[in-house]
Design a protein around this ligand. Sequence first.
Ligand SMILES: Nc1ncnc2c1ncn2[C@@H]1O[C@H](COP(=O)(O)OP(=O)(O)O)[C@@H](O)[C@H]1O
Ligand SMILES: [Mg+2]
Length: 383
Amino acid sequence: MDKIKILVADDIEETRAVIKKMLSLEDDQFEVVGEADNGQDVLNLIPKLRPDIVLMDINMPILNGLEATEKITNDYPSVIVIIMSVQAENEYLKRAMFHGAKEYIIKPFNYASLTETIKITYEKYKERQMKLAKGEMRNKEGKVMTFFSSKGGVGKSILALNTAVILSKEEKKKILLVDMDLQFGDLSMLVNKYNHKTILDAVDERQLDSYESIKPYLYKYNEKLDMLFAPGKPESAEYITKDSTQKIIELLKKEYDVIVVDTGVNFNDNTLYILDESEKIFLVSTMEIVSLKNTKLGMRIMQSLGYDKNKVKLVINRYTTNYGINRKDVEDVFKDGIFAMIPEEEKTVNISVNKGLPFCEGDKYNKQKIGKALEIMCKDLAN
Ligand SMILES: Nc1ncnc2c1ncn2[C@@H]1O[C@H](COP(=O)(O)OP(=O)(O)O)[C@@H](O)[C@H]1O
Ligand SMILES: [Mg+2]
């Protein structure tokens, strides 16, 4: 096994010496490749030393651990940062995690907690970090497109469903719609299929080793569009592990041209996996100020995950000027631009929800403003 390469950053020499000593007790597992006494040095050393992990103190001169963490997340997303903080630095700690640190350890720590924290964090993130390092985040197979927001009720499910329906009209394309809102997914309701099998049945009942083994759990919406629903009960979500999700998605990617994913607002391992897998993420917001604020936060989370701007697309749903906020105001907040504006059309949407019939069904869907806007969004995707 390769040793885990570690860079130790702390402005107190004695602290660095103690850490090095602790790590040297397991020198078959760890290799301290370098040390730094300020954040700027950390940034200078990373390209030379290529550490897997940076053990980062918060209070350091020139560039502090917080700023250095933010820069590492942006410039070297494959490097895992573990923050070393004293109890009193709680507020900084939160900010460091927000800026992309993967784990933290409270000082003073002992040998066991240090080595355990490093091993566990490395195990948890190494696969993902390796992919990032190789720039392999893009899929070679079916493309995954995910609708995400950090606030519920903004229209993710409605948009995901109707996008999938529009994409399935394209010639020769096979589309899969997956409900990854594992707790409160309602896609089955939106197409009037209440008691259909779900991802939970798939995980429960069978060996998931081929497409054939998952097929019985898919709902065939039409010739070109299949769906995989979320469990009917919120408490079932915990039985669907990231590993089973990964297995399922990997098998399905080989069978479909596009996989459209609806997510919940729950930010967990499953969500993170899907976001990583996605070629495009539609960050959905409404015009309301709370939703816009959450979306701004969502953008920063995407950034701290190391996603580039091309991957994350802002979609404003329920667009109307009635709230006293217009397109220009929203554009001022999101400098990278708005990918699509989907108008508010209560009647069309409500009838569709109540009937369990997507409003983009049929061939006249683009006669309505909302259908037209989604059609344009799908065309922009192809370009
Ligand atoms: N463009 C729209 N125009 C009017 N109402 C909408 C629109 N998009 C969503 N809605 C309303 O918002 C509700 C929540 O949408 P949903 O897709 O379930 O949100 P989420 O999945 O983000 O929680 C829908 O039931 C519908 O009433
Ligand atoms: Mg939803």
